[in-house]
Write a protein that binds this ligand. Sequence first.
Ligand SMILES: Nc1nc2c(ncn2[C@@H]2O[C@H](COP(=O)(O)OP(=O)(O)OP(=O)(O)O)[C@@H](O)[C@H]2O)c(=O)[nH]1
Length: 907
Amino acid sequence: MSNDRVRIYDLSRDLNLDNKSVLELCDRLNVSYKTCSSTITEDEADRIRQAAQNRPSTPRPIPRAEARPSTPAPKPKEAPAPKNKELQIRSYTYRQSEEEEALPSLEAPLRREAPRPSQPAARPLRPELRPQRPTLRPADAPVQRPATPTSPTTIPRRPAVALPSEPAVPALKAPRSRSEPTPEPSTVEVVLFPPKAKPDSKAPAKRKTREQELADEEKMNKLNANLKGKRRHRGREVEVEEEEDTEVNIDLLESEPTSEVPDEGNSTASMYLMRPPKPKSTTTPTTVKPNRPQTSRPRRGEPVSRTLDTAARTPSKPELLELTGSLTVQQLAEQLAVHDTEVIKTLFLKGKMVTVTQALDMATIELVCQELGVEVIIHTIEASSSARKETEMLEATDLDNLHHRPPVVTVMGHVDHGKTTLLDAIRKTRVAQGEAGGITQHIGAYHVDVPHEDSTKRIVFLDTPGHEAFTAMRARGAKVTDVAILVVAADDGVRPQTIEAIRHAQAAQVPIIVAINKIDKDGAQPDRVKTELMTYALVAEEYGGDTIMVPVSALKGHNLETLLEMIVLVSEVTDLYANPDRPAKGTVIEAHLDRARGPVATLLVQNGTLRVGDPLVAGAVFAKVRAMVNDQGQRLEAAPPSSAVEVWGLTEVPTAGDEFEVYGEEKQARALAQERAQLERTRQLTNRQISLGTFSQQAQEGKLKELNLILKADVQGSVEAIVNSLKQLPQQEVQLGILLSAPGEVTETDVDLAAASGAVIIGFNTTLASGARKAADIAGVDIREYNIIYKLLEDIQGAMEGLLEPELVEEPLGQAEVRAVFTLSKGVVAGCYVQSGKLQRNCHVRLHRGNQVVWQGTLESLRRVKDDVREVAAGYECGVSCSDFQAWQENDQIEAFLRVTQRRKLT
Ligand SMILES: Nc1nc2c(ncn2[C@@H]2O[C@H](COP(=O)(O)OP(=O)(O)OP(=O)(O)O)[C@@H](O)[C@H]2O)c(=O)[nH]1
């Protein structure tokens, strides 16, 4: 970095301004930058300093705590405290159109964030204000600029669509702007509040009638459904989004009461729509979408018509297959223009037994395609949508009371690259040392308070394990995270789980900060890491990209402050809001059965505040929060947004990754949990019937041996990880039957089940309930206990190999040459000289004459001089005879060997 350049955040500090204000000045003065940590020239810095001096209002923004007290005071009707920038600006725009004189009072909150006197008063939200967060943009992604408003004379066909003039939502609005011109703000106001005032429009809009509330509720349901659909379809055809958006806006337009004017915040539904998508750090670079021919190929879930069926079975196999979802065996066969049995056979040879109607996951489809030589492109809409951030748990009603919340940061990376040590160094405790086998085995959540400028910023860290078996857990980490820290060891570079972590973060569309760790080591090559990461669309700032990469040493504590500062900077430009004054909603991060406390879950509160005594439903599990403990082991009464807390009081162990929500009434929560549990049971039963059916068919065919297992582990995450790893073991000849897998200790019931089904019980990081060991001894049930996943997998593989029929192999013994032939009364004796190894009585021999094997059999009699001996070593002469072979000749070569059985390996 040359000396005549200045970092933006240093400049902010010098000017006593926050980064956002300086970035705005950069925008205004046409100074290009990528992130707050980008550098600019001295000349540009001078221009910014000049402009900053000319700013009329206070140089520093009002501290958030001041601006937004945690217990909100009754808001003055004229100037409600703005919730976020777009809310401020939108109120401002409405005002401006309705009453010009109302402007001065509404400008105040706007200036609080970024006073810009030179700005024309009537100007709507400046595009620079919101989405211009280049740090979070992938290197190759186009800068998201708002659609330029078209001529004001163009009246939009659907007025509500006029909302896109707001530039903060490029992702939602860009598609529409192609087909429908975006009106100017003045048009927005006219159409947003049409003059079809309802009878009660004159009445104060504060209190809604029950009907209005119900209508609003329905409206929000539609909105949410549409938004969800939108997320799911993002990246697919634009038309889908357009349809959905349009539908939402029509609903809004039709049902929004005229009386509910902006100053009451009743345009919340529109604003909800208008909430910009979270900044996208990267686009997934993996799938290059080719021009997709408009074929009538059935999509997932669509019935396959007879015509299609016939058409698909054309003799020529496609070269390329594009998929967006799973297919049944039959559907895949149709797509590949092969017979069903071809797919079944291919999978059988790979160790998977499938039926024609069985749905195949993407990995299996890829495997089949690979085997059949067909290239496959998977548009991972499902995968990415499931991993897509679920941090936005906001509802329309929340928009009246949004507060900043701390960022949730996930630390990801390859095994042993130093994730735990890094987190450990950050929170200055020694977690890594206590882990069995040195591997982080379940997700942890920790709060860290970072001093930043004059205040303290809280960051919530989620630690996810690096072993490849923990893929599901990492996906979960990315799902709830706001920022991903990718730890890459400088001496090891980019490894398989590094790539996987990048994919998860990119699918979840979260900004990635790279921590290049272990720079203290001799072989450290941070530049090589930067170069390697370019392949995955992560380009360091000094290489012209916008990914922040911080070289650190977790062990020595080097550069950790810079890393934390970068996390704070990135989260500052990412709008993170929640409404603390509502019942909590969030995600189960981890869950396990504790002997003393019963089922315990780590919950991440993403919206609202969780309180002791709250009734909640997590997936299909009911809980009445009995106690809450934070990562420091302190009891809490209330957990605000972005808190990770351990909660007691659950009726069962919930599944990690499930969402939870607090309900107003315990009865309602219990009923919902019961309903979901019933559904889950039905689903499991159906699945089990299918797998048992498949299995017994194969068993009847005599092709399979089985090893039944009952798996109990400390936490749900470990159960998932182990089950996933076990599924990877080859099962062509020995089938693994996992009869039960659950978190908790090994109980007598487990032993009974194992005894009845001939299963082995595997306990991972768990204990045995009283009586379980005795019951196992009596019933002869094998209970194996482990705390390292590798060891467990090794042993299971060993046990499976033990079930294989051993194979018979030849073990060479020695060689001898026939030097004389003696015909005696008892038969013919070959006088031999042992050249190498040895000859043994009763060993197997092969007799070579020239290039031919003239006889093969057992060596019955072995003599030295006149004595019968068991063996004769190399360098000695001996007499050999066999009852069923007499035709020895001089110079015959005897090859002696043993036949031994050898244990087979799984292939
Ligand atoms: N020299 C050096 N060693 C480090 C550094 N960071 C971590 N290590 C070492 O690397 C090893 C692995 O560190 P962990 O923190 O357990 O790695 P991890 O990525 O959390 O591993 P998993 O929990 O298995 O996913 C340990 O022996 C650490 O002491 C570092 O900055 N420098």
